[in-house]
Ligand binder design. Structure first.
Ligand SMILES: [Zn+2]
Length: 251
């Protein structure tokens, strides 16, 4: 990718977006003006780098806008719709999981962002994980708004069971959690300001993770939780024979 004068580029650094406009290219150097970014960069106003390093520094072309704050916060990961072998949409999955399905030749890409399973066995396997079959939750887009207030910008990934406590849930049950919900910066701060509950890990991992779910609900009273969400995403736990589970949150 060769930088162009006048074009706007963005990259993400430590979860915050930087947006620049290329203003000059001379002697293999690219000079750009900051349009959005951390205070330090905005104060600097101007930056430069070697033209040959521009792409590897993470800059990607973006549309010119009035405001770039929607680029801050967590990356909004693309999700894929997945069709069963008959062509009926049955679930939505993360890009990471889609790559897994494609790599293992379990599915093929039938159009942009849409996969179709190749083998009825895999969809049968996922179906048995869930007592209710494919509920509406499977098709929900889960990463486009704050689950608490509905805001669509400044989103961060919130772990309902804090990451550092995940070790308290043994495998394979850890893989059965739908643990990531998206919240905006303001709601996240509100959550962080609330003292954490004393949740004692017990042998009953289900009660343990539900206590964290209840704490999250008590603090934020979320109004936009994806339909059908629960922290335990696999309903039919007895059907689970390995740590692999197909119906996870968009992680
Ligand atoms: Zn919010």
């Amino acid at each position: 990718m060769h930088p162009k004068i006048g074009q706007v580029y963005t990259r993400s650094r430590n979860g915050k977006a930087e947006v620049v406009r290329v203003v000059a290219i001379a002697d293999e150097w690219v000079e750009f003006r900051y349009l959005h970014g951390p205070e330090r960069a905005m104060r600097l106003g101007i930056g430069r780098c070697k033209a040959k390093n521009f792409a590897s520094a993470g800059w990607k072309p973006t549309e010119e806008r009035e405001d770039y704050s929607h680029l801050d916060g967590a990356t909004r990961f693309d999700t894929f719709q997945v069709l069963d072998t008959h062509g009926k949409p049955i679930l939505r999955c993360s890009a990471k999981r889609a790559a897994f399905y494609l790599r293992k030749k379990l599915a093929r890409e039938v159009s942009s962002g849409v996969l179709q399973f190749n083998d009825p066995q895999i969809e049968e396997r996922i179906r048995t994980m869930s007592v209710e079959g494919f509920t509406e939750f499977f098709l929900e887009v889960k990463n486009d708004r704050c689950v608490s207030c509905g805001a669509t910008s400044d989103l961060t990934r919130h772990h309902v069971l804090p990451k550092r406590h995940k070790k308290n849930v043994p495998q394979p049950w850890r893989s059965c959690l739908s643990n990531v919900l998206f919240v905006c910066g303001a709601c996240h701060r509100k959550y962080e300001e609330t003292p954490e509950p004393e949740v004692v890990p017990t042998a009953d991992w289900q009660a343990y993770v539900r206590a964290w779910r209840d704490h999250f609900f008590n603090v934020l009273q979320p109004k936009c939780v994806p339909a059908g969400w629960d922290i335990i995403s696999v309903k039919n736990l007895e059907a689970l024979s390995s740590a692999e589970c197909g119906a996870r949150n968009a992680e």
